[in-house]
Design a protein around this ligand. Structure first.
Ligand code: FE2
Length: 261
């Protein structure tokens, strides 16, 4: 199975620039054209949160229309900038709101289970896996016992070393998630976003693939005093190739061709 992975598109209203200088809608249009042209065709497009910066129904309608142009089945989880209700309304096939109002997601790709987990804390930038969300994830893991799985979540379950991002990282549930992974073997990778950089890590022996943004990046600065700072870097996405029994091979891809040197 081939899974395309887009993240942190931060779409604002048409004609607006994110942070006054990034045309995120134009960046999404380029990414969508690239994804639509991919051969072989991915079996699924995963979007790991912060689809919208401006979480209005109008902006989600734009996002849904753009993502539909890829022609790919879609799974999406919310990030800290997203709003659950309008996102769920615009992307009903990509999300699954549970009885507690969390916007999880699930797709079966043959015998691979792709499980989206909502880490959003409304009104906050950090993320959480609270008891209810951990219980929902555990139930899904029990229901997929014996299958291989991917877990998709916005906030990465590890400290990146980027101090300003770690300050708004996953504040609750990392140890419990590690325990779930150990108790229910079969998870092949955790796919996440939030940090706008390609970062690789692991939790309880499970690889974590943090995808770079298809728009703007956050500066790579490991100084503990470094501020939160956006930078222009080439727009990117990931392609994850899963084969049963062989884990996940992950590629980082650029949206645009590099200009000739
Ligand atoms: Fe985020």
């Amino acid at each position: 199975m081939l899974i395309a992975h887009l993240t942190d598109t931060h779409i604002v209203r048409p004609g607006m620039l994110f942070a006054g200088r990034f045309d995120t809608l134009a960046a999404l249009d380029r990414a969508v054209a690239r994804l639509a042209a991919l051969r072989p065709r991915p079996d699924l497009l995963v979007v790991s949160g912060d689809l919208a910066e401006d979480g209005t129904p109008e902006v989600y309608a734009l996002i849904a229309e753009r993502l539909a142009r890829t022609g790919l089945p879609l799974l999406a989880v919310p990030g800290n900038h997203d709003a659950r209700e309008p996102m769920a309304t615009a992307l009903p096939a990509a999300t699954r709101m549970d009885a507690d109002g969390f916007l999880h997601a699930f797709k079966a790709l043959g015998d691979l289970a792709v499980i989206g987990v909502d880490t959003l804390v409304e009104g906050a930038s950090h993320g959480e896996l609270c008891e209810k969300r951990l219980a929902a994830l555990e139930a899904t893991m029990r229901a997929t016992a014996g299958q291989e799985r991917l877990i998709v979540m916005h906030h990465p379950p590890f400290a990146t070393g980027l101090a300003a991002m770690d300050a708004i990282g996953l504040r609750r549930g990392t140890a419990e998630l590690a325990a779930l992974l150990a108790a229910h073997p079969g998870t092949q990778a955790i796919l996440c976003g939030h940090v706008h950089r390609s970062i690789q890590a692991s939790l309880a022996g499970v690889p974590i693939r943090l995808a770079p943004s298809a728009s703007h990046a956050i500066a790579l600065d490991l100084d503990p005093a470094a501020p939160y700072r956006f930078v222009h870097e080439p727009a990117q996405f990931m392609l994850h190739h899963w084969r049963r029994g062989e884990g996940v091979v992950s590629h980082v891809a650029f949206v645009d061709d590099h200009p000739a040197l």
